[in-house]
Design a protein around this ligand. Structure first.
Ligand code: PLP
Length: 391
């Protein structure tokens, strides 16, 4: 047999998977591992989906997605961030932000181009840059600057081959939520070097006591930014698989071409449900946010009280504690926590594979606190117990 595609075989599978497979063999595991809210999706979304199914409203939509959904997205972005996108040709409905990011990269990258991003970062970024034939240039960040991207470091990493800067804030896995000034400095660099900005803002609604900065709303950013948003997190609709990309018309046209030939359109029933979520569920999002903030405070304060150094994250629904006081590295700790206390977390090394920053990866674990209170309480007690024994 001839060999499989080396572009793909050269990338290692997500480090998270190994622990999920291990957990699947153990009964009664409390999981803070998966990056999704264990929370019901808005009732309006369910109702709209059921009506769509019963009304046989299940044909393909436009390749761009339902126009009514694109209108709702445009209105929502304008209300939240004052940023303007035309529903007709500046918004593309995608099969999750996952597809949106892939389309964005495939639409702008040529083989050999470089894309800069900062780790710890979402596991998808490095691999999809590689799949596009480009080179990931992963920078490092640490607790000293709150895991935020450093504009000076970005500037120094730029070469004639740099094509884009990929941003994903609030961050999975650290919860880092940089200030407007940090993004303004990055936009300035992008303008100076004529770079694209790809901004994955899937956690944009999930900020606590701070404002989310929508990158394309900043001066000079709109024409060079591909903005991504979705329904998986703040609407707790991971399995519905809907996201959206917003960009200047020429970019959306190219992204749509790839989408048209590979996906045709995002799932119709899900699009209908997401439109209802956007139009009717703002109160549900507020309740969800308050619940997440409460969980965050409880979890992070409990870890700190137990001697695990954990900064209070300002966004997303992850905590990223430093576990070095246990004397274990993150992979050993993850495995032992799973076997000894039946709690699943993710080692930091899963998020630092492209910069090779083993130090940061080994010192931290990612915990998703978006789980029901009883599970969170039990899991927290078990982590605290584990940390105490090790201290
Ligand atoms: N971007 C980030 C930063 C994520 O954390 C995730 C999921 O965990 C995704 C994108 C994928 O989102 P979607 O479910 O919309 O494909």
């Amino acid at each position: 047999m001839k060999p499989l595609a080396s572009t793909v075989t050269g990338v290692t599978a997500s480090g998270i998977r190994r622990y999920f497979d291990l957990a699947a063999q153990i009964e009664g595991v409390l999981s803070l591992g998966v990056g999704e809210p264990r929370y019901p999706c808005p009732p309006a979304a369910k109702k709209a989906a059921i009506a769509a199914i019963e009304g046989d409203n299940d044909a393909y939509t436009s390749n761009y997605g339902l126009l009514s959904l694109r209108k709702a997205i445009a209105e929502n972005l304008s209300t939240l961030y004052g940023v303007t996108y035309k529903p007709e040709n500046e918004i593309l409905v995608t099969t999750g932000v996952s597809e949106g990011c892939d389309l964005a990269l495939r639409s702008i990258l040529e083989p050999g181009d470089e894309v800069i991003f900062t780790e710890p970062a979402y596991v998808m970024y490095g691999p999809i840059i590689v799949f596009s034939g480009a080179k990931p240039v992963a920078l490092t960040s640490g607790p000293s600057n709150g895991f935020e991207p450093d504009p000076d470091q970005i500037r120094k990493a730029i070469t004639p081959k740099t094509k884009a800067i990929l941003l994903g804030y609030p961050s999975n896995p650290t919860g880092a939520t940089p200030s407007r000034e940090v993004f303004e400095a990055i936009v300035e660099i992008a303008e100076e070097h004529n770079l694209w900005l790809i901004s994955d803002e899937i956690y944009g609604r999930l900020v606590y006591g701070v404002e989310h900065t929508c990158v394309s709303s900043l001066a000079g950013a709109w024409e060079r930014t591909i903005l991504m948003g979705g329904f998986s997190k703040a609407y707790a609709m991971t399995g519905w698989r809907i996201g959206f990309a917003c960009a200047p018309p020429a970019v959306i046209e190219v992204m749509m071409k790839v989408h048209q030939y590979t996906m045709l359109c995002a799932p119709t029933i899900s699009q209908i449900a997401c439109e209802a979520a956007l139009r009717e569920s703002e109160d549900d999002v507020k309740v969800f946010l308050a619940a997440m903030e409460h969980k965050r405070d409880y979890f992070v304060n409990s870890l700190n009280a137990a001697g695990l150094d954990c900064p209070m994250p300002k966004g997303a629904f992850y905590a990223f504690p430093d576990i070095s006081s246990t004397g274990l590295d993150s992979e050993t700790l993850t495995e032992r926590l799973l076997k000894e206390q039946k709690v699943l977390v993710v080692p930091g090394t899963a998020f630092t594979g492209f910069s090779g920053d083993l130090e940061t990866g080994r010192r931290h674990i990612r915990c998703c606190y978006a789980v029901p209170d009883d599970i969170l309480e039990q899991a927290t007690q078990r982590i605290v117990e584990f940390a105490k024994v090790r201290a």
